[in-house]
Write a protein that binds this ligand. Sequence first.
Ligand code: GTP
Ligand code: MG
Length: 429
Amino acid sequence: MADSYSNGYANGTSPSLAQSNNVSMPVIRKKLAGYVGFANLPNQVHRKSVRKGFQFTAMVVGESGLGKSTLINTLFNTPLYPPKEPLPPSAERPKTVAIESIGADIEENGVRLHLTVVDTPGFGDFVNNDESWRPIVENIESRFDSYLEQENRVNRQKIMDNRVHACLYFIQPTGHSLKQIDIEFMRRLHTRVNLIPIIAKADTLTDDEVRDFKARILADIAYHKIHIFQAPTYENEDEETIAEAAEIASKIPFAVVGSDRLVETEDGREVRGRAYPWGVIEVDNEDHCDFVKLRQMLVRTYMEELREYTNDVLYENWRTEKLLSMGVAQDSSVFREINPSAKIQEERLMHEAKLTKMEAEMKMVFQQKVQEKESKLKQSEEELYARHKEMKEALEKQRSDLEDKKRRIESGRPLTPEKNATKNRRFLR
Ligand SMILES: Nc1nc2c(ncn2[C@@H]2O[C@H](COP(=O)(O)OP(=O)(O)OP(=O)(O)O)[C@@H](O)[C@H]2O)c(=O)[nH]1
Ligand SMILES: [Mg+2]
């Protein structure tokens, strides 16, 4: 142990080599000779996040009376929603989907959670429900907007995360299959929020009905290519965690029963549940409904995953779309992961290409100059040659004239033979 530590590089890799070649650098596993202290990092993170507290925003969507408020009260074991006074039949009912949000600070074993529940009463309650999804999409996007605006501020210290991290969609326990409004809603929302489908008031269906209903819902969801939140699994995870994720996944869509009242069972226990003449349905009993699994997914095991997926995928996609629609182009090369050795190689190739180009340009300029010089020389040579020929011809002519003269003088003929010839001819006549 001490050896490998003092030697420094257990596999004999020298530091300079390791640094210069850091891309393919092998991971060096070493044992520590003594206490360093970073094993305490998770505790530091734990302490810090406990001090800061957590923020979580859940949205509930579904027709009126499906038990949304009751389930939220049951989930967080807090009476967030007081019992509702039923409206008299003559009362004016709202014409649109109203969106209300309630915030509450709850604490469990010293861990604080700031919970916001966004309720959407009125969804699906109208004669024409075609556009019911629209105010909900707008609400989700306006929360993204406000987050983006905070991110763009100079001071980004205190960002309030009001984005919706999960949307519980309540399906009416008809026992048939999804209704058009359910499909439309999920199709519009699945790219903006983590959808968690729920079969409301599952106590109104028998076990077989629940099983068949679930299968039909899942088939509809798959057919319409709707993405619902799935518990993620990672490599190297222990069997227990993988089994837990599979167990949760197998319960989707969760068939739940909500109740914030305590009732007494036949065997004298006090439980949260609903009492019927034939017995008690216990909310927290896994044999009775999927409430426990839903709570596990939403709160106990995957709250952080829901927040992470909202931030890293849903919000990021929305942000990209928004910026693109505003005409801000993204330089994808900036976001590409940079491999240093590939970068060096790329720069070297670029440099070489630049040199070759310069060389070719210089060669071309040189050739051009040579060609110009050559054609100039040729031109002056031709001119010289032409002058020379001219002069030669002139001299030749002079010489022949002189020789002619000489011959005539020698033969005693007059110098202007033409004139004499005409005279002679006249004389002969
Ligand atoms: N059988 C049964 N009844 C339930 C369940 N959950 C709630 N209820 C009852 O259904 C009624 C409506 O419950 P709420 O929680 O007010 O329903 P809601 O979806 O919030 O209704 P709106 O706020 O009007 O949209 C109440 O009388 C509840 O007691 C359940 O799981 N099973
Ligand atoms: Mg309600």
